[in-house]
Design a protein around this ligand. Structure first.
Ligand SMILES: Nc1ncnc2c1ncn2[C@@H]1O[C@H](COP(=O)(O)OP(=O)(O)OP(=O)(O)O)[C@@H](O)[C@H]1O
Ligand SMILES: [Mg+2]
Length: 172
């Protein structure tokens, strides 16, 4: 299993958002999480990534207990994610955003990172905008950049929180 949640619960005060969630995700599987606004989808993602901590339960990534591991450790282990509301460094260019994600999330030789980032820019159709400042991008390109940044960290597990949210059918 690449990911395993066992009886994971999370409350905000009296509001129980995750109630004893148990789920296993094998490598190579694409799992969709659906639910109405406020159901707790983003909260579940934040528990898996370490942006929030569970009140109860256990989270395993690649067989290792990460329940208490901070987000910065989990991303380096291979947990990549996009944010529902895109969170780029607004003042950096598209390419600088990717390189930052690659350097922080994965590391390695600079030439290798640059090459990988160029490939990701091409795959996400952002190559033409590599030198645009992130703050100047349209919603579609901000969503593309969010996916590109997640890929640049070299994830084993990729969590996409409403990556198509707010886009038209054609854009999706
Ligand atoms: N940090 C927080 N502090 C307090 N309450 C929170 C916090 N984060 C989320 N909530 C509440 O927890 C519930 C679940 O929110 P969450 O954002 O996980 O839902 P969601 O399924 O992602 O919704 P949406 O479809 O709107 O993105 C909501 O009632 C929300 O207001
Ligand atoms: Mg959400």
């Amino acid at each position: 299993m690449i990911l395993r949640l066992e009886n994971v619960s999370k409350s905000f005060g009296a509001l129980k958002v995750a109630d004893s969630v148990t789920v296993s995700v094998p490598r190579g599987e694409a799992l969709g999480i659906i639910g109405p606004n406020g159901a707790g989808k983003s909260t579940l993602f934040n528990l898996i990534t370490g942006n929030l901590f569970a009140n109860e339960g256990r989270i395993e990534f690649l067989g290792r207990d990460v329940t208490r591991a901070p987000a910065m450790e989990r991303v380096r282990m291979g947990v990549g994610r996009s944010f529902q509301i895109p969170q780029p460094f607004e003042g950096l260019t598209v390419f600088e955003n990717l390189l930052t994600a690659a350097a922080f999330g994965r590391g390695g030789r600079e030439a290798e990172m640059v090459e990988d980032c160029a490939g990701i820019l091409e795959a996400t159709e952002l190559l033409r905008k590599a030198n645009f400042v992130a703050g100047s991008l349209s919603l579609l390109d901000r969503k593309r950049l969010e996916l590109a940044r997640a890929l640049a960290t070299g994830p084993e597990l990729l969590l996409l929180d409403e990556i198509a949210g707010g886009l038209t059918e054609g854009e999706c």
